[in-house]
Design a protein around this ligand. Structure first.
Ligand code: ADP
Ligand code: MG
Length: 396
């Protein structure tokens, strides 16, 4: 699907996306920069991506008319959140190229299938998921091995940003927690001693070409990503090589087309570097990959466009050390959530060297809501760290 040409629809080639959040918005921006028209399907009239796309189809994700309109408009379709109903992607995929496909998205939507996929993809790497047990019945609950406790009970589906998870110390707490989660299918994972968390983004084309990004070091606060750091020395080099190879293997095994992010834990196993444990994957660009917009010569969103349009993927060159600070709605309420919102001191932050502000165009700030991110680049790691410290102080 060569940019700037006319598509099957008789109009300028159009790329569509299921979901209208900030990831969809940044995808739309990347597609438009390359000359594509864009369409977004999202029920919310104020969705961040819907506001910037050429067409916004305001229906539910399963609405047959909405899906038909999206197909009619678009030459290829992608998704921006993992809970797009797989049947909708099957419908779309019967008529248009859909990347990633319904199967890959379905695996990523279910922690039980996802872990089985990791095990199958990484037979000889020494990397696997945390020890776990699927809990889908009273019998499986009773059969949980004692060495999985203390652990974390997670719903198999629909969890994000630490939601749908309960930490449990013993069997009694486990039983209560499963009740609290309404006895939906869950996994119990052993609680691991995390040294640090990291993630890797890969893009893979329909022809099997795969390119990976440098490994991202992630810090979460209250279950939500707060800071991503990517520069030499942020993580041990040998560990990074292993994580990149594992992520590419996971993408190949799925026959994945598009951008995929895999999250890892580095756990303390007594060695200097620690050992990698694979946690979960997202079948789309990822919050931890936003630094690629300003610190790499090709962003994760441009790779998403390239992959779905069948264009060559680019080997990535990171041209600057990077720190990304997530911007949550809390910043609008320095005096507490019950006080009136006020805009953070962007003028001061933007006066710092190497700051790149990305706001998602969300009208109302709420505590915990992802409003934007700040990418920081610079000539040296020390400079980037110093700017990040200053920016955090101005915003905090
Ligand atoms: P989510 O879908 O909410 O991102 P995750 O499985 O990534 O769910 O869990 C959220 C966070 O909880 C992780 O980033 C990590 O900090 C912590 N966590 C999850 N599983 C474990 C575990 N088995 N041991 C220790 N910490 C964990
Ligand atoms: Mg996670």
């Amino acid at each position: 699907l060569l940019p700037g040409t006319t598509g099957a629809t008789g109009q300028q080639l159009t790329l569509g996306v299921m979901g209208g959040g900030q990831l969809g918005r940044m995808f739309v921006h990347a597609a438009q920069a390359m000359g594509y028209f864009t369409a977004v399907l999202d029920p919310d009239p104020a969705s961040p991506a819907g506001r910037v796309a050429h067409w916004h189809i305001q229906t539910g994700y399963k609405d047959e008319q909405g899906l038909a309109q999206l197909m009619q408009r678009c030459d290829a379709i992608t998704t921006e959140f993992e809970n797009v109903p797989a049947p909708a992607l099957i419908t779309l995929g019967a008529h248009r190229p859909v990347a990633p496909g319904a199967h890959a998205v379905a695996v990523a939507q279910d922690r039980i299938q996802e872990k089985a996929h990791f095990v199958a993809s990484l037979p000889t790497s020494g990397i696997g998921p945390a020890p776990y047990a699927a809990i889908e019945s009273e019998a499986l609950l009773a059969a949980v091995p004692a060495d999985l406790l203390p652990g974390i009970l997670k719903t198999a589906r629909l969890g994000y940003d630490g939601k749908g998870q309960i930490r449990v110390k013993d069997r009694a707490e486990l039983a209560t927690a499963w009740d609290q989660l309404k006895r939906v299918p869950c996994v119990l994972e052993k609680m691991l001693p995390l040294k640090v968390e990291c993630s890797v983004i890969v893009a893979r084309g329909a022809n099997g070409q795969a390119v990976s990004y440098p490994v991202q070091r992630n810090t979460h606060i209250d279950g939500i990503l707060a800071v991503t750091e990517v520069y030499e020395g942020a993580l041990p080099a040998a560990l990074c090589e292993k994580a990149r190879a594992a992520t590419i293997a996971i993408a190949h095994q799925l026959q994945y087309v598009g951008v995929l992010c895999v999250e890892y834990f580095v756990i303390d196993d007594g060695s200097a570097d620690g050992a990698l444990v694979v946690n979960e994957m997202a079948p789309r660009p990822h919050n931890s990959g936003h630094y690629t917009q300003n610190a790499c010569d090709v962003s994760q969103f441009e790779q998403q466009v390239r992959a779905m349009a069948g264009l060559p993927l680019r080997e990535v060159r990171q041209h600057s050390p990077a720190i990304m600070l997530n911007i949550l709605g809390d910043l609008w309420f320095p005096e507490g959530a019950d006080k009136t919102a006020r805009s953070p001191a962007w003028d001061r932050v933007l006066a710092l060297p190497g700051t790149h502000l990305h706001l998602y165009g969300k009208l109302d700030a709420r505590p915990g809501r992802k409003m934007g991110h700040l990418n920081i680049t610079g000539a040296t790691v020390a400079e980037v760290k110093a700017t990040a410290t200053q920016a955090a102080a101005m915003l905090g």
